[in-house]
Design a protein around this ligand. Structure first.
Ligand SMILES: [Mg+2]
Length: 96
């Protein structure tokens, strides 16, 4: 049977793994803020949880850029999705 849906390998696979890891690190840092607060310093006793979240979002942003660079998706795809999210969020956010 011919495999018509070729699974990612090489650089694409590696970038997707790191992208996934960075998503998890963002989730973890959001959890720290919800548990302990945004202005409390993290384990390094230097940066606040908000600053640590910014660092993880920066890591994630870089991985998204790398996915664009290999042609997995485009910046336009992201802009379109972001605008759709803005519209949906404005409709459903309980706190405005
Ligand atoms: Mg990270």
């Amino acid at each position: 049977m011919q495999d018509t849906n070729k699974l990612p390998e090489g650089l694409e696979r590696e970038l997707l793994i790191v992208l996934m890891e960075e998503c998890a690190e963002v989730q973890q840092q959001v959890s720290k803020i919800l548990r302990f607060g945004a202005l409390v310093t993290g384990p390094d006793n230097q940066r606040t949880n908000a600053e640590l979240l910014a660092a993880e979002v920066g890591d994630l942003s870089h991985m998204i850029q790398r996915c664009i660079e290999i042609g997995l998706f485009t910046a336009e795809d992201i802009a379109t999705a972001a605008e759709a999210k803005r519209t949906k969020l404005n409709r459903y956010l309980r706190h405005k």
